[in-house]
Design a protein around this ligand. Structure first.
Ligand code: SPD
Length: 274
């Protein structure tokens, strides 16, 4: 008998991966959490039925979330990740020698525990001495730390359940306030095929708050439609003029990929036009 994991996009569309076995399943205080072993992509972390990361393609998302921002800011010393309890973005952040302190504010401590246990390659950065892992409400953390960070990342789950507040305009205002005068932030903003309204509203909200707003793309096979977007709000620096690469051991990120990621097909450009 074959076992398949299915993530439903809507009543007409789903993504499916054949599964060897389920390694872990629980209902945490915040969400359902599953770890399955897929045939094609290795171990996979699933929250509330949505794919968060897999052993085989996680590098694309984590490198493109972390390195684009850190190569846009000339001196990123203090960095915050809201969400991202699997540790993948932190693993990439600590590759940057300029980073002195990286705080992880993850609301669900079980995501951290389970990632350490089942995804040690992804979670390894959490052990770096510069990293401060805090199990807390990221929204509150941002509200309580004004003017503190050079770069803030929002590595959220999908805009349902505990992540809803991370796609709201008042949260982006709090992120702006938590950044230093030349700070910037990057958030994952879902698929330009499947989440057009969300991308439109996030871009509009961020543009109302930040002087410079950008959208960029990466290709992530296990996320719905495979085409993924990231939104950057920057107070000063321009991501189209990145600093020379500071990291060597990447499998997706290069300076050329960084620049190319901002080239948007017309149907995506349309989503972010005024
Ligand atoms: N639909 C997938 C959205 C997942 C975004 N966050 C993934 C967490 C990986 N660190």
């Amino acid at each position: 008998m074959e076992l398949w994991f299915t993530e439903l996009q809507n009543s007409n569309l789903s993504i499916g991966l054949r599964v060897n076995r389920t390694l872990h399943s629980e209902q945490t205080e915040f969400q359902s959490l599953d770890v399955v072993e897929t045939v094609q992509y290795g171990r996979m972390l699933v929250l509330d039925g949505c794919v968060m990361t897999t052993d085989k393609d996680e590098f694309v998302y984590h490198e493109m979330l972390a390195h684009v921002g850190l190569h846009t800011h000339p001196e990123p010393k203090n960095v915050l990740v809201v969400g991202g309890g699997d540790g993948g973005v932190i693993r990439e952040i600590v590759k940057h020698p300029a980073v002195e302190r990286a705080v992880l504010a993850e609301i669900d401590g079980r995501v951290i525990d389970i990632s350490r246990e089942y995804f040690p390659q992804i979670a390894q950065g959490l052990n770096d001495p510069r990293v401060d892992v805090q199990v807390c409400d990221g929204i509150k953390h941002v509200q309580e730390h004004k003017g503190k960070y050079d770069v803030i990342y929002v590595d959220s789950t999908d805009p349902i359940g505990p992540a809803v507040g991370l796609f709201a305009k008042d949260f982006y205002q709090a992120v702006y306030d938590a950044l230093k005068p030349d700070g910037l932030f990057v958030a994952q903003t879902e698929s330009p095929f499947a989440n057009q309204d969300l991308i439109r509203h996030v871009h509009r909200d961020v543009r109302d708050i930040f002087p410079h707003t950008y959208l960029y793309l990466a290709h992530i096979p296990t996320y719905p439609t495979g085409m993924w977007s990231f939104t950057m709000g920057s107070k000063q620096y321009n991501p189209l003029e990145p600093v020379a690469s500071r990291v060597r051991d990447t499998k997706y990120y290069t300076t050329e990929v960084h620049k190319a990621a901002f080239a948007l097909p017309p149907f995506v450009q349309e989503l972010v036009q005024k």
